[in-house]
Design a protein around this ligand. Structure first.
Ligand SMILES: [Zn+2]
Length: 359
């Protein structure tokens, strides 16, 4: 019950429904939040004004002293969250949902000391109107010529820089304009205008070749993309993945850096503890490294279930990308957004055909 109350109370796009349909519940809820939970620490607040976006200006550089101080407070903050999850005898079982209801809002308290960048200055909130739109979201992984001994899996996930350049050229000539997931959502939630032929370019996994090969090709054409990164792999400094410095550079150039989980483990058939760890852990890391909170998840291996969606939505993600093929999105299905897979065999003409499909 607490879990349900939590979802209703802290998600502004559900909040209005609560007020309309269950005014008494709304009043009780308000009193509940005002009084607070005994021993639960600071007052809980939803993000003010709906979905205010907190971001640092592009190119933000942290001083070493500030960074050290933030590192400590960040570690304490995460430890508090984890400790809260254990309240009520909560081990890794699903029976302690109420403990999450207490724990998650702590993360949602925002420090409003950072000015929004021009790119994300718009506060996103759903105006309650049901909308759908066909906005193709391309899905890439590796952007390089695979090694000679590559297996079929690696081959299938690799697009060569040469082919990618030809794909970009054909899209540009056909009038396609790259937009971000934030643009997509602003359109669905608030009817914000989009280019006549919008396209979202996404890369899963955050391979280093996204920076060395894809980034220059996109940037010289004034195009942007979204990278779904695996935060633990970056923290470990794995050479085949992006560094945080690379991610910051791309973010400053207008790219979106979003979550692909902490370690690429499947998010399907997992208990709430595990999903909170994946959702909040990756969010906190990206927010710390970039100064901007990620709002989108791409489910590793495309695997998710109802529990995955519930937890990521609770952690203030705005939408989730699947590997389901298609290009039409709607306000009632934001955590099952479809994408269009681009293969190493997808020639420009085929790509244009896929982009124009009504699916
Ligand atoms: Zn992946």
């Amino acid at each position: 019950m607490l879990g349900m109350t939590y979802h209703s109370a802290l998600h502004p796009r559900l909040f209005g429904g609560v007020v309309r349909r269950w005014p008494l519940l709304f009043l009780a809820l308000s009193a509940f939040l005002l009084v607070g939970f005994p021993g639960s620490g600071p007052m809980l607040t939803a993000e003010p004004g709906g979905y205010a976006v907190q971001v640092a200006p592009p190119g933000t550089v942290r001083s070493p002293q500030k960074e050290a101080a933030q590192e400590i407070s960040e570690a304490e903050r995460i430890k508090t969250i984890v400790d809260q999850q254990r309240i009520g005898g909560g081990t890794a079982q699903s029976g302690n949902d109420s403990a999450y209801a207490l724990a998650l809002p702590l993360v949602q308290m925002s420090e409003a000391d950072e000015a929004p960048s021009p790119r994300q200055a718009v506060a996103l909130a759903w105006d309650g109107e049901a909308r759908s739109a066909r906005i193709p979201v391309l899905m890439y992984h590796y952007l390089s010529v695979p090694p000679a001994d590559a297996n079929s899996y690696r081959l299938d996930l690799s697009v060569s820089p040469d082919l990618f350049a030809r794909q970009l050229e054909s899209m540009r000539e056909a009038g396609y304009v790259t937009v971000s997931p934030y643009d997509l959502l602003a359109h669905l939630w608030a009817g914000a205008p989009l280019p006549e032929k919008p396209v979202v370019i996404t890369f899963d996994d955050g391979y280093r070749d996204n920076y060395t090969n894809a980034f220059p090709l996109l940037r010289e054409r004034g195009m942007v993309a979204t990278i779904f990164v695996v935060t633990d792999f970056m923290d470990e400094g794995r050479p085949e993945y992006l560094t945080w410095e690379m991610a910051r550079e791309m973010w400053a150039a207008g790219f979106s850096i979003e979550s692909h989980g902490r370690n690429h483990a499947s998010l399907k058939n997992r208990d709430a503890d595990y999903l909170v760890w994946q959702a909040l852990g990756s969010l906190e890391t990206i927010e710390y490294e970039l100064g901007a909170r990620p709002r989108f998840v791409s489910y590793p291996a495309g695997e998710f279930d109802a529990q995955t969606i519930a937890i990521f939505e609770s952690a203030n993600y705005w939408a989730g990308f699947t590997t389901i093929q298609g290009a039409t999105h709607s306000t009632d299905n934001l955590f099952q957004l479809h994408r269009v897979r681009v293969r190493n065999t997808t020639q420009p003409e085929e790509l244009l055909r896929l982009l124009a499909l009504e699916w």
